[in-house]
Ligand binder design. Structure first.
Ligand SMILES: [Zn+2]
Length: 183
């Protein structure tokens, strides 16, 4: 299982609760003494053993810069995971096609370990490194079966308000950017 230290209690290890199939995790520290009264809740992304750091194919494709660059296309916004994926795919079509060959995509056929899970795990590493900011939010459009997904921003101080959010449904995204998509 996954565990992280509470950002406000350096000696408190908190076990993750799995939020959805794509490896989204939630952590709740219920100890007293947080800056804001009550429990402190934060999120993370489960990593496969293959992606504990930016190495291998992720390093070869420079995902540590290409994914933040995709997110930076939306300055001053929180963007839903599916919007990050589409922005990355449109900016890096050959690399995206290569990743699909490696991992598959649900828009082509159901698969347990998809490119989406893979990219979300890389985003999780970048989020923990502080390169990008992370928030849990609703899954929309063709991702809504997941319930909740990760949302990302270039700006860690950005408020989580509806006017700052770009969802898959709000952006009108379909799966046409996925090579071989049947949608
Ligand atoms: Zn705490």
């Amino acid at each position: 299982m996954y565990a992280q230290i509470c950002p406000q209690h350096p000696d408190e290890f908190v076990q993750a609760v799995v939020v959805n199939d794509d490896g989204l995790l939630s952590y709740t520290c219920d100890r007293a003494g947080h800056v804001t009264a009550g429990d402190f809740v934060w999120s993370g992304v489960a990593e496969s053993n293959a992606t504990e750091s930016i190495s291998g194919l992720a390093a070869e494709l420079s995902l540590d810069t290409a994914l933040p660059a995709a997110i930076a296309q939306y300055p001053g916004k929180w963007i839903e995971y599916g919007v990050v994926e589409a922005a990355y795919a449109q900016a890096n079509p050959e690399d995206f096609a290569h990743l699909i060959q490696e991992h598959g995509h649900r828009a082509i056929k159901p698969s347990k370990y998809t490119i989406s899970k893979y990219l979300a795990s890389i985003l999780g590493i970048l989020g923990r490194n502080g390169a990008i900011a992370f928030h849990t939010g609703p899954a929309t459009g063709r991702w809504n079966y997941l319930g909740k997904v990760s949302w990302w921003s270039s700006d860690s101080t950005l408020e989580w308000t509806p006017e700052n959010q770009v969802s898959v449904a709000g952006a009108g995204l379909d799966a046409s950017y996925v090579p071989g998509s049947k949608d």
